[in-house]
Write a protein that binds this ligand. Structure first.
Ligand code: DP6
Length: 345
């Protein structure tokens, strides 16, 4: 074994699911109970520098923005351990990792998706098994990212990403995400996402714990079936440009996700009164203006306001006039949709 040190840096966007992953298959590692589909958020990203070496030392030295973060280490070590099973390179190297997000940590934005996505890209690159613009490379990075956090596997593609086996999605897999290749109607191809920060505190129930509650959930089977059907519908809307049905489906998915939380045993809620206040404002605004905008939620209280970019001014006025009052410290973060991870020189 040579004692070379190798270094690489990647930027990887976060993503927001439109049809949600909520529940894992039993008997595997991070296998989704249903297929999900997401948009990546090019302007909310993590940048990770990784140095791999075979020199003796600890398996992992981790810093966040140059500062040591011992609380992050167990999760990353567990991630490396999981990957070791599939990668001789990871098994035989030690890693020095520094990562930084361009959005504040603890805003409830899926920082793990961007973070594990960036880590996975670095590993797949340093491992050197495939050319880094090949399909195999992206699938391998997505596979690795999944082992860190399921939703992270959807962050490696600029196109909408589907993760989870589905009879109508070519090459779909539980092991890694695939890009949705069928083309998007122009009425759904230029949207934005503004994340309205309702709560920036630690979540009461982690996503991982929430997923586990699907195992004995009274509505799990129906939910998984409905999500599979919703994948068919949303991909049809993508192609036909049926914005009204797209909006209805995306909002229904968000509310289904949270109703699954509320009907878990034990039950819990992550939405807050201000979350609901924002949803009601969005419904009223849409009724008045007929503008194409929708909300979605991830596993937290914050609201993702999705809208067609051509109405940027109207939506920005709406946020400032009506929604800011419900946001913690008036904070919201906006991003374009799309964006692939890329290597930084
Ligand atoms: C509600 O990917 O965070 O955001 O796989 O246990 O790390 P683990 O969970 P995670 O779950 C995300 C759930 C979600 C929906 C989604 O992104 O599809």
């Amino acid at each position: 074994m040579n004692n070379k040190k190798m270094q690489v840096k990647y930027r990887c966007p976060s993503n927001i699911a439109l049809v949600k992953y909520w529940g894992k298959k039993e008997g595997g590692v991070q296998l989704p109970a249903n297929a999900s589909i997401s948009w990546s958020l090019s302007d909310l990203f993590a940048e990770t520098t990784m140095i791999a070496s075979t020199e003796a030392g600890s398996k992992l030295t981790f810093t966040f923005k140059g500062e040591s973060k011992p609380s992050f280490e167990p999760k990353i070590l567990a991630f490396l351990e999981r990957i070791s099973e599939y990668s001789e390179f990871v098994k035989t190297h030690n890693f020095i990792i520094d990562t930084v997000n361009n959005f504040p940590h603890g805003t409830g934005i899926a920082s793990s998706a961007a973070g594990f996505g960036a880590l996975a890209m670095c590993i797949a690159d340093l491992e050197g098994k495939y050319e880094n613009d090949s399909v195999e490379f992206l699938e391998r990075a997505s596979f690795f990212a999944r082992l860190g956090s399921g939703s992270a596997c959807r962050s490696v593609y600029g196109k909408p990403s589907v993760w989870g086996e589905h009879p109508e999605i070519d090459n779909s897999s539980d092991l890694h995400a695939v890009p949705f290749e069928k083309g998007i109607h122009q009425s759904l191809s230029n949207w934005k996402d503004c994340v309205l920060i309702v709560d920036d505190g630690e979540k009461k129930v982690s996503s991982t714990a929430g997923h586990a509650l699907l195992q004995n959930h009274p509505y799990a089977t129906a939910r998984f079936k409905n999500a599979q059907q919703n994948i068919v519908k949303i991909t049809n809307y993508f192609q036909s440009g049926d914005v009204a049905n797209f909006i209805a489906l995306v909002e229904s998915e968000a509310l289904q996700l949270h109703s699954m939380m509320m009907s878990s045993i034990p039950y819990f809620t992550l939405i807050r009164p201000n979350t609901l206040a924002i949803l009601e404002e969005i419904w009223s605004f849409r009724e008045e203006t007929h503008l194409p905008l929708a909300f979605t939620l991830d596993a937290g209280a914050n609201v993702h306001l999705l809208y067609d970019k051509q109405y940027e001014i109207e939506v920005s006025n709406f946020i400032n006039n009506k929604l800011l009052v419900y946001c913690k410290n008036g904070t919201y973060l906006c991003s374009n949709i799309g964006g692939t991870p890329h290597k930084i020189a």
